[in-house]
Design a protein around this ligand. Structure first.
Ligand code: GLC
Length: 471
């Protein structure tokens, strides 16, 4: 089966969040099972671009409204990723250092999608599945079905996977000029709330819609930033498939970013060595439970509640735990979190920014990972944590609901709480401190956690069933 993934992110070429991890892993495991899975994404100016070898694959030209442009498709030439990675180079539009955050992002991603569809229309033998991820690829199913120039693609099956419905790629109707000419009887498919909404269009036009956990699929019907009615209406073609994790990249026994390697057998001894090293480096106290937060410092992740919650917990428990925060985002949250460094020297620190290595070291060192997310479609961090024997403390929502069992249950291996509030977080921190003292219970949970299988192999089968259902 020939599967083309279209995405704005793909690790290790460019990653801003979990989307990049998933798109960097799913095709690799599909390819291992014998399918011809590949990824096409924008050619940003990232270190990975400069450090790797590329071959020219295709040259084409098309237009974005009245701007006629040439585009080039290049391909990673060694095959070392385990799947073919194609980049779309549109000079001046996509070739910039960052993935998102430019004033013309709308035009950039429409340009990307137009070039992808144009390229596909030149294929001698068409792919079986075009698998679009999030709103940056959300107009593709529409373009393939209804744009006059791309009628050749109208019967190619399309899937859209929603990694986060908070972001929808909505734009004013004036941007419709950038979409290649289409059958205007189909205007309603672009329309949502007097705007063009890329995600809504994707849900309407794709042959199947998936999202990254079962609970989030249900949640979208009552909490999806304005698309609730659409998910209710289209539920027949929607399915939740829990993400996997790349167990080759995330393996405490071999992780090159981690100093002391371990498995479930020697986790206690070796993880402690990592913890000692991390604590020494960031001025923390290794004798206390170490709770880390790793993620974007934004409202969705409830990062704004952290400073208050940590301060209360520290005061209430007489600094009974240590905290290490890794992430970047809202500047007010960043400074509130940084402010705590001087209040709790030796027990609290931050790393503002994101660094893959610091992240890996933190999973390999921490006792607990805190995720109070307001919205969490799947969440990968709790899955990485489990694999590294780090106990997740999570708000009971979306994918966190589906993947963590509270320690109140006989087979529990985590801490769950209901609300993204200071009170609930403080209470979960108190529970963490208490269970940390109970070595038996703690070890039991660590063993349980490390033995859970969230590898991609089984997930890939589920995607395959979805593909087969529409072919
Ligand atoms: C987004 C979601 C996250 C999910 C990831 C990969 O980043 O916020 O919950 O795990 O996509 O699907």
């Amino acid at each position: 089966m020939v599967i083309v993934h279209v995405s704005a992110e793909c690790y290790p070429m460019a990653k801003a969040g979990g989307l990049g991890d998933v798109v960097g892993a799913l095709p690799k495991y599909q390819a291992k099972l014998g399918d011809d899975a590949m990824v096409v994404m924008p050619m940003y100016q990232t270190p990975f671009l400069q450090q790797n070898k590329w071959e020219l694959h295709f040259k084409g030209n098309t237009n974005l409204g009245d701007w006629f442009f040439d585009y080039t498709i290049i391909k990673e030439s060694t095959g070392k990723l385990g799947f073919n990675l194609y980049l779309v180079d549109i000079h001046g539009l996509l070739d910039r250092p960052k993935i998102y955050g430019y004033p013309d992002d709308t035009d950039r991603f429409i340009g990307f999608q137009v070039a992808v569809v144009n390229w596909l229309s030149h294929w001698k033998s068409l792919p079986d599945i075009v698998h679009c991820h999030d709103h940056q690829a959300g107009l593709i199913p529409f373009m393939m079905k209804y744009c006059f120039d791309y009628q050749k693609l109208q019967f190619v099956k399309t899937i859209v996977s929603i990694h986060n419905a908070q972001y929808q790629g909505a734009m004013g109707w004036e941007k419709s000029l950038l979409i290649p000419r289409w059958d205007t009887w189909k205007n309603g498919l672009l329309e949502w709330n007097n705007s063009i909404n890329s995600l809504a269009t994707a849900v309407k036009c794709a042959d199947k819609v998936t999202t990254v956990s079962h609970s989030y699929m249900q949640q979208l019907k009552f909490q999806s930033n304005g698309l609730e009615a659409l998910f209710e209406y289209e539920q027949g073609k929607c399915v939740g498939i829990l993400n996997g994790i790349d167990t080759e990249v995330w393996n405490p026994a071999t992780d090159p970013m981690v100093a002391y390697h371990y498995t479930a057998t020697n986790v206690l001894v070796e993880k402690k060595k990592n913890k000692n090293a991390l604590c020494a480096k960031y001025n923390l106290d290794p004798s206390k439970p170490l709770i880390v937060f790793i993620g974007r410092l934004v409202g969705e992740k409830a990062a704004d509640v952290l400073p208050g919650a940590i301060q209360h917990a520290m005061d209430k428990t007489d600094s009974g735990a240590n905290f290490f925060i890794i992430g970047a985002g809202d500047t007010a949250t960043e400074s509130a979190l940084n402010y705590l460094v001087q209040l709790y020297p030796g027990n609290y620190n931050t790393f503002i920014g994101y660094d893959e290595k610091v992240g890996h070291e933190a999973y390999a060192s921490a006792d607990f990972l805190l995720m109070p997310s307001r919205v969490e479609p799947c969440g990968l961090n709790q899955l990485y944590a489990l694999r590294y024997g780090t106990i997740p403390m999570v708000r009971d929502t979306g994918g966190l609901h589906d993947t963590v069992v509270d320690m109140g249950d006989p087979d529990g291996f985590g801490i769950k709480f209901l609300h993204a509030t200071e009170e609930d977080i403080v209470y979960s921190i108190e529970r963490a401190i208490a269970v940390y003292q109970d070595k038996n219970q703690m070890n039991k949970m660590i063993q349980f956690a490390m033995n859970i299988d969230h590898s991609w192999e089984s997930v890939v089968e589920e995607y395959k069933k979805v593909y087969e259902s529409i072919l």
